[in-house]
Design a binder for this molecule. Structure first.
Ligand code: G
Ligand code: G
Ligand code: MN
Ligand code: NA
Length: 250
């Protein structure tokens, strides 16, 4: 309740920040993209995780303001600091279901003079379960615009294979639950393999999330995963730090 009131003021007080976590292409071992992750620097509580405040923002409708701010910040950083990276931004179901969402994207692309393909929107499977008429229309319009669409946390929710054909996804993000068990259970490895095959057949890109150990990277390379994201490469960090990391990378 108090978190809701404070969240309302957080934007105006400039307490939200966006960090970026790189994704590494496994074929070339280069950083080609990064995921934008919002953080809340609370004056007394310190850094508050989005897993705590995003649900509150969704319940109260504040997610529209916060989401718009994150998108604009990510576009600004993509333009000024990270022009060679594709930037992926998480969008809540409510955002994608709003009629004005595609226009918001179009205006940002114009304002920051970005190639549409430099931007990627990450959505979760929960979106597919809600009232999907507007969402489906918006996803197709986003695709038309040339902005890429990634399906986040893939494999954990309710993912009917039919949805994969019906929605225009460019990328599947393999949930870290499978990566965590990759070395210890054979079914996790089988599931990852199957997701990768499915992605290949459907012409979708892939990234494994939550990669923390070299041995996981080893397996993922072996089974043909396109890219990895996780603490093994780097934790989410401010854009300026990512610029430094990339400069040191080559
Ligand atoms: O970075 P971290 O692991 O704390 O993120 C926790 C959750 O918050 C993740 O599921 C992530 O997708 C979500 N998240 C991070 N940034 C955003 C954002 O800008 N918008 C939305 N809707 N979710 C976000
Ligand atoms: O749901 P989504 O994929 O958007 O969530 C991304 C979240 O995962 C971020 O909050 C980020 O901090 C977290 N994360 C990223 N890499 C790793 C990792 O290697 N291990 C763990 N445990 N979490 C990670
Ligand atoms: Mn994500
Ligand atoms: Na995810």
């Amino acid at each position: 309740i108090t978190i809701e009131r404070e969240l309302r003021e957080a934007l105006a007080r400039n307490e939200l920040v966006v960090h970026y976590q790189p994704q590494v292409d496994l074929r070339t071992w280069t950083i080609r993209s990064a995921e934008a992750l919002v953080r809340w620097n609370h004056p007394t509580l310190g850094s508050v995780s989005p897993s705590e405040f995003v649900p509150v923002a969704e319940e109260t409708g504040l997610i529209h303001n916060i989401g718009a701010w994150v998108l604009a910040k990510a576009c600004s950083d993509a333009r000024h600091l990270l022009p060679d990276l594709r930037i992926a931004v998480n969008a809540s179901a409510a955002q994608v279901q709003r009629a004005g969402f595609v226009n918001e994207l179009r205006q940002l692309l114009n304002r920051y003079e970005l190639k549409p393909s430099q931007l990627e929107v990450e959505i979760t499977e929960s979106l597919l379960m809600e009232d999907i008429a507007v969402a489906l229309e918006n996803l197709h319009a986003i695709k038309q615009l040339g902005v890429r669409i990634a399906l986040d946390d893939f494999g954990t929710g309710y993912s009917s294979l039919a949805y994969l054909r019906r929605f225009p996804f460019d990328k599947l993000k393999i949930d870290r639950a499978f990566i965590r068990e990759l070395l210890s259970t054979s079914d996790a490895r089988a599931i990852v393999r199957t997701i990768l095959q499915l992605a290949r057949v459907l012409g979708m890109d892939t990234v494994a999330e939550g990669v923390e150990e070299p041995a996981q990277l080893e397996v993922l390379s072996h089974v043909g995963c396109a890219a990895i994201q996780g603490f093994l490469v780097a934790r989410p960090m401010p854009a300026e730090q990512l610029v430094d990391l990339i400069a040191r990378w080559d």
